[in-house]
Design a binder for this molecule. Structure first.
Ligand code: FES
Length: 97
């Protein structure tokens, strides 16, 4: 979907600019080396930027919550589980060790 007709900026180009640090319509234009002309796209870009910030804040909060979780205690003592392919080792390989 085209967001800015004047500069042929579609939603992917706007999102790419937002992903790389643009936070306002002006910074989206700077990212793509252009300037606002008619301005009809500015409200859409502004709402895309605020939506992007909200999503980023949610992801940051979720990552912080995961980082703050205590480390899981081993459930079965300190023994490590056998690897899934432990039985696939041929007997001659074990005998060679
Ligand atoms: S539509 Fe974006 S400046 Fe005109």
């Amino acid at each position: 979907m085209y967001v800015c007709i004047c500069h042929a900026l579609n939603d992917k180009k706007v999102k790419a600019a937002l992903d790389q640090g643009a936070t306002t319509p002006a910074s989206v234009f700077r990212h793509h080396n252009c300037q606002v002309q008619c301005g009809k796209c500015v409200p859409t870009m502004r709402s895309m930027a605020s939506e992007h910030r909200a999503t980023f804040a949610q992801q940051t909060a979720a990552a912080a919550a995961v980082a703050a979780m205590p480390a899981a205690a081993p459930c079965c003592g300190s023994a490590l589980p056998e690897p899934a392919n432990a039985e696939a080792v041929p007997a001659y390989a074990i005998a060679a060790e």
